[in-house]
Every structure is written in structure tokens, then in C-alpha cells.
Design a binder for this molecule. Sequence first.
Ligand code: BEZ
Ligand code: FE
Length: 356
Amino acid sequence: MSLADSLQYFTEENSADVVCARMQAAKNERLANVMESAVRHLHAFVKEVEPTIEEWEQAIGFLTDTGKMCDDKRQEWILLSDVLGVSMLVDTINTRRPSGATENTVLGPFHVEGVPEREMGDTVSEDGKGEEVYVSGKVTDIDGNPIEGAIIDTWQASHDGYYDNQQPDIQPEHNLRGIFRTRADGTYNYRAILPCSYGIPDDGPVGVILRGLSRGSMRPAHLHYIVSAPGYETVTTHYFVKGDPVLEDDAVFGVKESLIADFEQHDDSSLARKLGVSNPFRSVEANFRPCRRRAEVTLPPRALGQKKRFGGFICTAPAIKLSAYLNDAKHKQREKHGITRNRKRCGGLYAAQSGR
Ligand code: BEZ
Ligand code: FE
């Protein structure tokens, strides 16, 4: 009997081989590779777990409910990916950087477009609530050279843990959001408020799984940033508040040690006056070191047109050049119109139905 014949009928032993054999005519090589890997891992998983029919039905029900929870305001699939650590893994694989460069972390669902560019030193608070934080820092390359005109797009939750788009009837639009542009020496400063830890939406199937696993649904307090500059990789990251009790139990695994910062406490009226904040206040230094676009640092000219392992994918050099070009185009758009999305996660996701 030939190999093809022996693979014709499905058995417990050859299950993955039989399914994968049917994909051999696929024209899209990447699709075929990804699906073969998915099928092999999935079959191995089923063989290890040996689900009962009832358990399989429960799993299908869970996936169905997850899909039903998705609309233009809420994306339960992404939330599921977040709490399983898959979002962070994909992000980490796609943002491998030289040491010294600022690390990326999850974008999250609450980023929005159309945020106003604010004057240096302005507050991002539109409602005046919360403990003031003087945020300052510098954007440099990894050798410490200042980057002028870098765009810092920041957003954060309120003092009681909600983004403005989760509370459209309570918080003013664009509360705790802003865009700033660095000075010639790479520095910037603005006024924020002290964020607090908050719960991710847990009123859907993801919440059921988290509770079933006795897992927490909290995220430690953080400020969000997207920092972009022409010629540099865009950094999507957070600064976390040192000492937050859930730093080691972030529901979405977004914490990296290099992103934990001291939000120092001050009770000093003359310093407060000098910095333009109300006393007492906090301060935090949030520096960013984007690295040069990968196309420039990793690909010698002779690689042009050759296939090269790059950021976990096999790309040709022209493809990388295109992505570098798009990166610059995005920065220019941000400069012109304020903010634009850099990923396809719509602002306000989870907002209306967060149920918190
Ligand atoms: C956030 O930090 O805004 C976030 C990230 C992932 C899931 C939910 C919220
Ligand atoms: Fe957040």
C-alpha cells in the first residue's frame, strides 16, 4: 500500500496527516503552512485532553458566545487573545528590538482617533478630577541623541479606572488623552492624573473563563503611549505605576520590568508652583528610545530581493521597505491630523458594554 493510500481514511493515529494531506494543492503557501501547523497542534491537543462529546459541545458553545459578544463596540475575540497571552506574544515577536530600545506592550482597546494636540505643559484632564502627575521625559535614539518633533500620543483611565469612551455620559470627550510633540532637545512635559488599576470587561465569555480558572481580571495602573518619529519604529507602550498591587497579575500579561516607573510623591508648594501643578502632586519620568527602522539596521543592500528571516516572518527586502515607508506615512498623517489609528482596533471597543 502506498503512503497516499494509507492516508486515505481517517484513524485516531493518522488524523492530522490525513487532514494536512488535503491541503497540498493550496496555492497560498503561507495559508497552507499556518493551517497545517494549526491542525497538527489542535489534533495533538485533542489527543492529550480527550474531551467528552459534552465538553466538545461546551467548547463550541463558548466560541459561539464569544462571537456573539462582538460588534463595533466590543471585541471579545481580541479580549480572549489578550487574556491567553496571545496578543502579547504576537506583539513581542513582531517588535524584537536591540537592547536599550523601549519595549512595546499591548495597544489595548481604548485608543481613539481625533485627539487634540495640546501645548507643552498642558493638562490632559478635561474634568479636573484626580491627583495631578507631572509627566516629563525625553525621546532619544538608542545612543541618547535627541529626537525633535517626535509625536507622543497618550491616553489613560480616570482616577476611578474608566476611559472616557467607556463613560460618554460622565466624562468629557478626550478626557485624559492628548498629543504632544518633542522640543529640539527631545524633551516634553505635560500634566496627567494618577491612574489606578482597573478591571477588564468580565461580563462576557472571557469573564466566565477567568472566574472558572480563579484568575483575576485586573490591569495594574498605567499610562498608555504611542511614540512615533520619521525613520524610527513606532513604539506602542505603557508606563506602569511602581508598587501597584497587581503588577504581577496583569490579566493581559502586558507588564515588562523596564516599563515600571516611580510615580514619586511630592508635598512642596514652591516646586509645584514652578512646575505649574497643584500641591501635593506626583511626578514621573517617561523616556522613550525608539530604534531605527529595522529595514535600515538589519538589511544590507545585498539582501534586496532576497528572502530574509525578519521579525518572525520571511519577507523580501522590498516588502520591508514598504512597511518602513508606511511607518513614515503614518507619522506624517499624525502630524497633519492629530491622531490616526495604527492598528485595526476601533476606538471605544468594549466601551458601551464593559458592564463595570
Ligand atoms: C488597556 O490597557 O487599555 C487594555 C488592554 C488589553 C485589554 C483590555 C484593556
Ligand atoms: Fe489601559
